[in-house]
Design a protein around this ligand. Structure first.
Ligand code: PMV
Length: 323
């Protein structure tokens, strides 16, 4: 049997972070930072995982990998959770080597979700199973929940469908949108607080002050709906204003950071139509909406404020098998 390789893109959250965990929508676009997962069948009864982020491969007994809740090292937790999702339903007939490859720095732009999706897709192909995109989403989502407990799954939708997607918690609605090329500049703040701990912090805040947080989530939903319209119509000026309001909401949830703020204000002062953080917050990336004229000054301002420009094609292709 021949090796099988699947690849999937990362993501940039545009609008609706945190609220999307609590039954509200968000907008996400695929970032073409692809993770490749290769399955090489063997005649052993083991699974060996090679990851560019770990110095040594890990080997497991074929009989054990169907357990979804093993304590795997963090660097391979998502791919092993994805393997378990398939192995629980379809006994693995033989062993294999699984190799993941991706860029050395992922900027918090969705390398775990891309690896999870590419693993499910590749292993299904190796076993001759055909999965619809929806089935692929639900298997990958269950894998992520087994590792992370609380997550909306928006990043999996970006990895599967590519492009720009309107997404509702748990994949209740996943609507690929036909949007033009996004005039966006992305800046990396240089650090990261784990998504899981930020999601938990917002959860605790919601428990403590539901009367304050529920309306923020509700407003986030309205912003997402309006932003969806602006994206489809190319109404960039209004979209920029919505980004600034979205940033204010993220700040109210307590997930902004000094470094993100520096980059966001630098971008706005250099002429961006709007700027906000992307994702859980606490670090990772911000993005700014620019015109042809303001692109260069905004890029320079982000760098001068200590940010690193991330030049990735957005709106990229979803999961695919590599031939
Ligand atoms: O930090 P990121 O880019 O993985 O984004 C997390 C987005 C949240 O809404 C906070 C969590 C989620 O699962 O939707």
């Amino acid at each position: 049997m021949n090796p099988v390789t699947a690849s999937a893109p990362g993501k940039l959250m545009l609008f609706g972070e945190h609220a999307v965990v609590y039954d509200h929508p968000c907008l996400v676009t695929a970032a073409d930072l692809r993770i490749y997962v290769t399955f090489t069948p063997t005649d052993t009864s083991t699974v060996t995982v090679h990851s560019s982020t770990t110095p040594q491969p890990y080997t497991f007994d074929l009989a054990d990998v169907a357990q979804p809740t093993q304590n795997y090292p963090a660097s391979i937790a998502f791919v092993m959770a994805a393997v378990a999702q398939i192995a629980q339903q379809h006994p693995l007939p033989h062993g294999f080597e699984l190799t993941t490859m991706g860029p050395p720095l992922s900027y918090g732009l969705g390398s775990s979700s891309a690896a999870t999706v590419a693993t499910v897709k590749g292993l299904a192909e190796l076993l001759g199973l055909s999965l619809t995109d929806q089935e692929l989403f639900h298997l990958a989502y269950q894998a992520v929940l087994n590792v992370q407990k609380k997550a909306s799954g928006f990043d999996l939708a970006a990895a599967i469908y590519g492009g720009t997607t309107y997404f509702w918690t748990g994949g209740k609605r996943i609507e690929p949108l036909k949007v033009p090329q996004l005039p966006i500049v992305v800046g990396y703040s240089g650090s990261k607080v784990g998504t899981v701990s930020l999601v938990q912090e917002v959860y605790r805040l919601y428990q403590t002050l539901p009367w304050a947080i529920a309306p923020i989530f509700q407003l986030s939903e309205q912003i997402v709906e309006q932003a969806r319209h602006c994206l489809l119509a190319g109404e960039w000026e209004l979209l920029g204003k919505l980004m600034n309001i979205g940033q204010g909401l993220a700040d109210s949830l307590g997930v902004n950071s000094w470094q993100l703020s520096r980059l966001i204000f630098a971008a706005r002062e250099a002429g961006a139509l709007g700027a906000k953080l992307s994702g859980a917050g606490g670090g990772d990336c911000m993005f700014a909406l620019v015109t042809d004229q303001s692109r260069q000054p905004v890029e320079e301002a982000i760098e001068a404020a200590g940010g690193q420009l991330v030049k990735l094609p957005l709106n990229g292709e979803g999961v695919r098998l590599e031939r």
